[in-house]
Design a protein around this ligand. Structure first.
Ligand SMILES: CC(C)(COP(=O)(O)OP(=O)(O)OC[C@H]1O[C@@H](n2cnc3c(N)ncnc32)[C@H](O)[C@@H]1OP(=O)(O)O)[C@@H](O)C(=O)NCCC(=O)NCCS
Length: 218
C-alpha cells in the first residue's frame, strides 16, 4: 500500500466464470467488472464514494503506514477521477470495497503495473478500521488476486508493507503471500525512513493453492 499513488493531482469468489464472462465482453480498461463474494462487492470507484473514503481512510490508524491520502473530500474526488483515467490508460486498477447492504465504498484495492503489461504488478489496500477483522479483506483480496492473474495477466504480484505494520503484514501472510525480504529504509513517512517487507504471490503458486480456497467453478 505504501507506494500507491494517492496523490491528489492527481473492486464468490464471484464465480470466476462471471469474471471471465464479463471481461470477454468488456475490457477492464473501459470499466471494471463488478466482483461479488459472500461479504463484499468490488467495483469501480464512484465520485459519490469520496465522502465515505475521506471519513474512513484519513484516520490516524488507517493512514499511519500508507502514503498520505487526500486531505479533503474534493481531494478524494480528484483521486477517484484519476483512478478512472489511469484505468482507461491501462496503467492501473482501483476497486472500491462495498460491503453487502451498503452503497458506498469503505476501502480500496489497488493494482499498478511495475512493468508494461502488468507482468509484474504491485497491489495495495486500505479499509476503514470499523471493517477490520470482518472478513471483508480476505474476501476482497481473493477476488483481486484472481483478477490480477486471470484477467490482467500478472504473473508476479508484489506488495510492500512497513515492517512495523503488524496488521498489514498479517493480512498479506494470511492471503498466502511469501515474504521475500526486507527493503531497508525504503518508505518515507512523517519524515522518517521505514523498513518495508516485500511480499509476493506468483500465479503458479496461487493456482496450486486453489484447493485451499475451494474448487474452480467451471
Ligand atoms: C490491511 C487491511 C486492509 C487488512 O484488513 P483487516 O480486516 O485488518 O485484515 P484481517 O483482520 O482479515 O487480517 C489481518 C491479520 O493480521 C493479524 N494481525 C493483526 N495485528 C497483527 C500484528 N500486530 N502482528 C501480526 N499479525 C497481526 C490479524 O490477527 C489477522 O489475522 P487472523 O485473521 O488470522 O487473526 C487493514 O488492516 C487496513 O486497512 N489497514 C490500514 C491500511 C494498511 O496498512 N494497508 C496495508 C498496507 S501493506
Amino acid at each position: 500500500m505504501e507506494r500507491m499513488p494517492y496523490r491528489e493531482e492527481l473492486d464468490v469468489l464471484t464465480p470466476r466464470t462471471e469474471v471471465r464472462e464479463r471481461v470477454t465482453s468488456s475490457d477492464w480498461r473501459t470499466g471494471l467488472p463488478v466482483l461479488a463474494s459472500g461479504s463484499v462487492v468490488l467495483r469501480d470507484l464512484r465520485a459519490s464514494d469520496a465522502p465515505s473514503l475521506f471519513a474512513l481512510l484519513t484516520t490516524e490508524e488507517v493512514a499511519r503506514f500508507i502514503s498520505p491520502p487526500p486531505t479533503t473530500v474534493e481531494g478524494f474526488e480528484r483521486f477517484i477521477a484519476w483512478t478512472h483515467r489511469e484505468r482507461a490508460a491501462g496503467n492501473y486498477v482501483c476497486f472500491g470495497i462495498v460491503p453487502h447492504g451498503m452503497d458506498t465504498a469503505i476501502g480500496i484495492f489497488q493494482i499498478r503495473q511495475l512493468e508494461p503489461g502488468f507482468g509484474t504488478a504491485e497491489w495495495g489496500f486500505a479499509m476503514g478500521s470499523s471493517f477490520w477483522g470482518t472478513g471483508a479483506f480476505i474476501d476482497g483480496a481473493k477476488m483481486v488476486v484472481n483478477f490480477a492473474f486471470d484477467v490482467v495477466g500478472t504473473h508476479r504480484l508484489e506488495a510492500r508493507a512497513a515492517v512495523a505494520n503488524g496488521r498489514g503484514n498479517g493480512a498479506l501472510r494470511k492471503v498466502g503471500a511469501i515474504q521475500e525480504g526486507i527493503l531497508r529504509k525504503s518508505f518515507l513517512r512523517n519524515g522518517e525512513y521505514l523498513d518495508q517487507t516485500l511480499w509476493t504471490i506468483l500465479d503458479e503458486d496461487w493456482r496450486r493453492s486453489k484447493s485451499v480456497w475451494g474448487p474452480r467453478i467451471h
